[in-house]
Design a protein around this ligand. Structure first.
Ligand code: IVH
Length: 659
């Protein structure tokens, strides 16, 4: 057999399969066939090292570690576009272009959220890859870029060409990288862009190889060399050469209305795309028109970048305020200059506890970055230590309760006010009792409860049910009328018929969260049986540990608590469990299909039961219809299938967050 010929054939076949798989997302070879060819190639290269080709796909696993990245000067500067943020600016852009060009045509492309890179090919072979750097000088990252499977190591044509595009990490690889980092107790990547940037600048390319980066090609400098006349032709040419392009999402339009429509449509697809995007890049399609428009001193005039409302923004920390929760837990909260995050105004975020603040070294006056976690609750992502230009007072934990001045005590990472009668604790207990997952007093917001408490209308849980007595008085309060008071009273009345798990949760027994409350309701069926249970019996329940058992016993040994429960009984609050009801309020789970794979910390039925009680469906095999795969240790083929179908993979921690 002609070994060299066989190696060439294998490389061609593997490259074709990779192109179909990574660039076109349309594989024609099975995984098994691919693995067989790849393994045969490795064997031949080991046996005949002199025949190993520079552009062999086996080089993608990474090579020797290097000491530093060499500087490289770009042949033509790597510019970027000006950013715009709203429809007015889009219309202004369109008007400005139309002053020079009669009937402009625009290409619209997703703005990939990664880092731009430049790839140089000689005779169709990749010879250099560089970061953008300051636009004039970047860094040589060839060794790392060679590990990116969607970067062709050689092109379908033997030409000299420079190709620019975005190096990025898919959402799936980002999640996998973070699962790995959590396992190793390493700090998680804040977003796919940081993950991509960190991975491409690894001195050890074997690490880069493991991170599974991707490359989306979108630009050819001096395209006229290849007979190209439009940006659209550039993109088609890139695809033909073997690059991954966004050919399915790109579009050609003629005016600002169409641009806005595209932005809206892409915005609604954004969540479900397999990669992160942060806007839309608008380019004049005709290269002749581009030439006519030219450049300003900094940027091209023929294009612009529309940015979606930011998901993560910088702001200044003005103060840290400590609040007291219903268990007496003290929480530091960050108050910062109000900023727009993902479409809403935010000025406050939790800082959890003193350890969190000390670990982040957060100081009043710092520049911090904020994002919305799970798209709702704002959180501080990081402190920009490099922006701290003067001495700032280090974070200091308080030692007395900010409300009742009692000396705080520390338990694990948290500080507590031990005063059972601390007014702050009482308000929080009432807020918790009324909250959506507890007794669900619809319309009874935190402010109302705080006001009613301060005015002396409610002090204990049972007082809610007596509010009707003060109806006339309440109606005269500012902001209230007959209708709103009636609604509140009705919501309270309705809650009397809640199933037991809500009441158990509402009581606010320490360590008894929603899930645990449900377990107790299911086990005991009625509150009296639960109250009569003892430590040993509680502890023997699957899922219930010593800490929870002790907390329950303590709670029901307290005279005041017993008196209050008695009052609730006399007021007609239901103490019985109504059986497994499906709670459909969790949109992340309700009507979603899950597959559980690998070894998790608890038996599979545990997860199944919870998911089903929240309206989720648990199935055995991964298909296109699967929404999430809950991934444990040593997963099998379901994991590969999930990757292949681009299904969202969640860890046990993610599962806990979701429920
Ligand atoms: S074209 C002259 N197309 O967004 C600029 N850029 O300002 C040529 N980006 O820094 C770049 N997706 O890193 C272009 N489809 C796309 C892009 C894209 C993301 C980045 C690029 C650049 C910035 C645009």
């Amino acid at each position: 057999m002609d070994i060299k010929k066989r190696i060439d054939t294998l490389i061609n076949e593997i490259n074709k399969a990779s192109y179909e798989y990574y660039a076109l997302d349309n594989p024609s070879m099975t995984d098994q066939e691919y693995d067989d060819k790849y393994n045969e190639l490795i064997r031949l290269e080991e046996k005949y090292p002199e025949l190993k080709r520079e552009d062999s796909p086996t080089n993608r696993v990474g090579g020797e570690a290097i000491d530093k990245f060499e500087k490289v000067t770009h042949n033509t500067p790597m510019l970027s576009f000006d950013d715009i943020f709203n429809s007015e600016e889009i219309e202004l852009f369109d008007e400005r272009i139309k002053k020079t060009i009669k009937n402009p045509e625009y290409t619209l492309e997703p703005k990939m959220d990664g880092l731009s890179g430049s790839l140089t090919y000689k005779d169709g072979v990749l010879v250099r890859a560089a970061t953008r750097g300051d636009g004039v000088t970047g860094e040589d990252i060839t060794i790392n870029v060679k590990t990116i499977k969607s970067v062709p190591l050689h092109l379908s044509k033997k030409i000299d060409i420079e190709v620019r595009g975005e190096i990025y990490m898919s959402k799936l690889s980002f999640e996998r990288a973070n699962i790995e980092r959590r396992k190793n107790n390493e700090k998680e990547f804040a977003n796919p862009r940081n993950a991509a940037a960190g991975s491409v600048r690894q001195l050890d390319s074997k690490i880069t190889a493991k991170r599974n980066l991707d490359f989306m090609a979108y630009f050819i400098p001096n395209p006229e060399k290849y007979g190209i006349k439009t940006q659209k032709e550039s993109l088609d040419f890139l695809k033909e050469l073997g690059f991954k392009t966004n050919y399915e999402l790109n579009s050609l339009v003629h005016n600002s209305k169409e641009i806005e429509k595209y932005i809206e449509e892409l915005g609604s697809k954004r969540e479900s795309l397999p990669f992160a995007i942060d806007g839309v890049v608008i380019k004049v399609n005709s290269l002749a028109d581009e030439d006519e428009l030219g450049f300003t001193a900094r940027v091209p005039r023929w294009g612009i970048a529309y940015k979606f409302p930011a998901l993560e923004v910088l702001t200044k920390l003005n103060k840290i305020v400590f609040t007291v929760g219903r268990t007496g837990k003290i929480t530091p909260n960050a108050y910062f200059d109000t900023v727009h995050v993902d479409g809403s105004l935010v000025s406050k975020a939790t800082l959890h506890n003193s350890d969190y603040c000390i670990e982040k070294d957060i100081r009043v006056g710092d520049i911090i970055s904020i994002r919305k976690a799970g798209d709702v609750i704002p959180e501080v992502v990081e402190v920009k230590l490099d922006r701290r230009d003067k001495e700032l007072e280090p974070f200091k934990m308080i030692d007395k309760c900010p409300i009742c001045n009692t000396e705080l005590i520390r338990k694990d990472a948290n500080h507590f006010c031990p005063n059972e009668n601390c007014p702050a604790r009482n308000i929080e207990k009432l807020i918790h009792y009324a909250s959506r997952d507890a007794m669900n007093f619809d319309g009874f917001g935190e402010r109302i409860i705080e006001d009613f408490y301060n005015m002396g209308y409610i002090n204990n849980f049972s007082d809610f049910y007596d509010l009707g007595k003060y109806k006339d008085e309440l109606m005269t309060l500012e902001g209230f009328g007959e209708k709103s008071i009636n609604n509140l009273l009705e919501a309270i009345e309705k809650s009397k018929n809640n199933s037991l798990e809500r009441l158990i949760y509402a009581l606010g027994i320490r360590y008894v969260g929603k899930k645990t409350a449900k377990i107790f309701a299911y086990m005991f069926n009625d509150l009296d049986a639960f109250m009569a249970s003892d430590y040993d019996k509680l502890k023997n329940i699957n899922e219930i540990g010593e800490i929870i058992a002790k907390s329950v016993v303590d709670y029901f040994s307290d005279e005041d608590n017993l008196k209050e429960i008695n009052k609730l009984r006399n007021l007609g609050i239901n103490f019985k469990y109504f059986g497994t009801q499906i709670d459909t309020s969790n949109d992340k789970i309700n009507n979603k299909t899950f597959v559980i794979t690998g070894t998790l910390s608890k038996p599979r039925d545990y997860y199944k039961e919870i998911l089903e009680s929240l309206g989720g469906k648990v199935t055995e095999s991964v298909t296109k219809k699967t929404d999430y795969v809950l991934l444990g240790e040593n997963p099998g083929s379901k994991y590969d299938k999930a990757k292949e179908l681009n299904i969202t993979i969640i860890s046990e921690d993610d599962f806990n967050d979701m429920i």
